[in-house]
Every structure is written in C-alpha cells, then in structure tokens.
Ligand binder design. Structure first.
Ligand SMILES: [Zn+2]
Length: 150
C-alpha cells in the first residue's frame, strides 16, 4: 500500500472541508486591484513559514491576502488589503474583550454583535467585514462592553 498523499490546498482533507460551516468561495480576482489571486506558502507573506497550515491566497500586485481553514483550501475570510487587515484587527479587540472578560460566552457575543449590526449571525465573521463594517462592529462591541461591565 502506498502512503496517503500529503495534504495540500490542492489535496485537502475531505473531513476538514466538511467541517467548515458557511464556506466562502476561493478568491480568483483581487477585489482591490483586479489582479490575479494565487495560492502561496505563507512564508512568502510573513518572511517565515507560520502555523500548521502555512497557506494563503495572495494578490502579488497589491499584497492583499487571506489564510485558509486548516487542511482545506477554504479561505478564512475575504481577501484583505492592509487597510482591511488593520480595520479587522482593531474591531476585533473590544469584541475579544467581551468574552475574555467572561461577561458572556463567545456565542452570545457573536449573537449580540450580529443583532447590533443588523446582519445574520452566519455572516458575522470579522474575516468577512470590509473597513466600514469593521468600524461599526468596533463601536457596537465597545457599547456592548460598556453596557455589560459591572
Ligand atoms: Zn490586488
């Protein structure tokens, strides 16, 4: 018997693929510059290979990128340029504080955030947000935090 083929984005784990809920399609064209999107080893982005599944989608002309769910080729979110990456990071900080502080669990935090943003909970992923929605999410998370803090 031959050894099973090594898992890559071109030979993903079927189990891992099936576990991802609401999978986004693989990006083909960059939404920022229209350039082609390629699968790369993330060492090309970060300068060193990072994580157990070191793959990403990258637009070389404008340096927009997004990682993949482990052992799949399903993107973690939409392709993000620098502005979007920073907006997502900044919006996520007060949201993480909501459940890290044990004011509520993660599911409740997502449910409340989705309600405040007026979007379905299935679409409430920071990796899917554009900078405008990030700004609204940041405000919403900060106001939830104020309301729930003792
Ligand atoms: Zn681009």
């Amino acid at each position: 018997m031959s050894a099973p083929a090594k898992k890559t984005p071109w030979n993903p784990s079927r189990k891992a693929m099936a576990r991802v809920s609401n999978p986004l399609p693989a990006p083909e064209q960059c939404p920022y510059c229209g350039g082609p999107v390629q699968i790369v080893n993330n060492g090309e982005i970060y300068g060193r290979v990072y994580g157990e599944w070191p793959w990403a989608y990258l637009c070389r002309p404008c340096d927009a990128y997004v990682g993949m769910h482990p052992f799949t080729h399903i993107p973690l979110g939409t392709l993000a340029d620098r502005e979007t990456r920073e907006a997502r990071k900044s919006a996520k900080a007060p949201f993480e504080a909501l459940h890290r502080s044990r004011l509520m669990d993660r599911d409740t935090a997502y449910r409340l955030l989705a309600e405040r943003l007026g979007i379905p909970q299935a679409e409430c992923h920071f990796g899917w947000f554009d900078p405008d929605l990030c700004a609204r999410a940041k405000q919403a998370a900060e106001s939830i935090l104020r309301e729930y803090l003792p």
